[in-house]
Design a protein. Structure first.
Length: 442
């Protein structure tokens, strides 16, 4: 009742009065800031000074932004200051906003437990600038209950404000598909929710004003959080099934894709493909769901078994290549291998949780000299995060060639010219190359 009275009196609840801050300008935050910047006054905020400097001159290292749209949104702000997009790393600038959308990463730690550090730090920061009537919307992927149980207490502590009396929360899970230029932000239906009925309506209306595919208003924050967690857990389990089939069929000496094509002739068979499951979502979110389940006294079986299978695929690929090389008479410790691609998916610079790294480490442990080439990845980021030096161009010939990521440039390579001899092993983890060209594939 208090909220209903407050909403009726406070003009800030009108969409047109929204002054939005997007917290975190990565693969999720930047496209969101650009779209909202077409209709509202939007502050794109990031703690990285370098990131802000790059965006301010129209440079986006993620390749997710429509640079023309970003320049237009920035021009709107320069022209009248009442709408459009501007960037800052100064927390004082956040005080001018009344709607805060948090899109910081939510990774896992070395023990595969949720690492909420970025989320908690963002909540602390917002707690220091929040005013009465403000709304905080989380988009970061979390386990069900995280917003109210972990984030809200932090905001209350640092702001001195009371949840659902002085400030309010929403949750709208991100659905960005990095590298996808077809299913972009506005074309993917958005799940929304709010901490009260009135806030849920406001949050839904806010997103509906930019999402052409429409919105789905969930009945609670927890339901919206759970919907995101199971989206990726379901996909992870399905892929783990076909990956396990690949492990079985390899022992049988039959091709997994041949089996899938045959089974796919039935109308209700889902043609998932085997492969390396990386990235910030599918390879991470199941652990968030499992963590919550375990905290409630339930030990998940299917979710974690799927993760175990998918986590071992890099090692499986490397060992399969080694066996094929030995069979062809190669001396492993004096052989050279080329891995094509290190990002977690094609035509995208994102290296987060890439399972290609597992292949690299396994091959080097056998004593091989391994070159990694990827025209999309940032070589300095790869060096810093993975300890792997990317080559600038392919200059050698190799005893083993692994197509790990199906970047479009790799589909046009002359693979025969890269072979050191006729016994070179070519392995296709994506099953996209001509069958006559490769020695093995997933």
């Amino acid at each position: 009742m208090l909220c209903a009275v407050w909403c009726a009196k406070n003009k800030k609840m009108k969409l047109e009065n929204s002054k939005i801050a997007i917290i975190g300008l990565g693969y999720v935050g930047l496209p969101l800031a650009i779209e909202f910047g077409k209709k509202y006054l939007v502050l794109g905020f990031d703690i990285s000074i370098t990131r802000i400097q790059e965006l301010s001159i129209g440079k986006d290292r993620t390749n997710e932004a429509d640079l023309a749209d970003m320049q237009k949104a920035m021009s709107y702000f320069k022209e009248n200051k009442s709408k459009g997009l501007y960037f800052s790393h100064d927390t004082d600038d956040l005080r001018n906003c009344n709607v805060f959308i948090v899109t910081v990463p939510t990774p896992i730690d070395q023990f595969k437990a949720p690492d909420l550090t970025p989320l908690i730090k963002a909540s602390e920061m917002l707690g220091k600038v929040l005013k009465k009537g403000d709304i905080v919307i989380y988009e970061s992927t979390v386990y069900p209950g995280c917003t109210e149980e972990d984030c809200v207490p932090v905001i209350e502590k640092f702001s001195g404000l009371k949840f659902n009396i002085d400030f309010f929360c929403g949750y709208s899970p991100e659905r960005i598909n990095p590298g996808d230029k077809v299913n972009t932000l506005t074309k993917i239906k958005k799940v929304t929710s709010g901490s009260t009925t009135e806030i849920a309506d406001f949050v839904d209306g806010l997103y509906a004003s930019i999402i052409t595919a429409g919105t789905h208003k969930a009945p609670s924050l927890k339901v919206a959080e759970a919907s995101k967690a199971i989206e990726n857990a379901q996909r992870d389990v399905n892929i783990s099934f076909v990956n396990e089939l690949a492990l079985i069929f390899e022992r049988m000496g039959i091709d997994t894709m041949d089996v899938i094509e045959a089974a796919g002739t039935k109308w209700n068979f889902l043609k998932y493909r085997p492969g390396l499951v990386g990235g910030h979502c599918i390879g991470v979110d199941p652990y968030y769901l499992a963590h919550k389940a375990e905290s409630l006294g339930y030990q998940p079986q299917v979710i974690l078994s799927g993760r175990r299978v998918n986590d071992m695929m890099g090692m499986f690929v490397a060992n399969k290549v080694i066996k094929m090389m030995i069979k062809k008479g190669h001396k492993i410790n004096i052989s050279r291998a080329l891995i094509l691609g290190i990002t977690f998916k094609e035509d995208c610079p994102d290296i987060r949780n890439s399972k290609v790294i597992d292949i690299y480490r396994e091959l080097t442990q056998f004593g091989m000299e391994v070159d990694v080439y990827d025209p999309y990845a940032d070589k300095y980021e790869v060096e810093k995060e993975c300890g792997i030096h990317l080559i600038d161009k392919i200059s050698f010939k190799y005893e083993a060639i692994l197509l790990a990521v199906s970047h479009k440039e790799f589909l046009a390579l002359n693979y025969k010219s890269l072979k050191s001899n006729t016994n070179t092993v070519i392995f296709d983890t994506k099953s996209v190359l001509d069958r006559s060209l490769v020695d093995g594939r997933l």
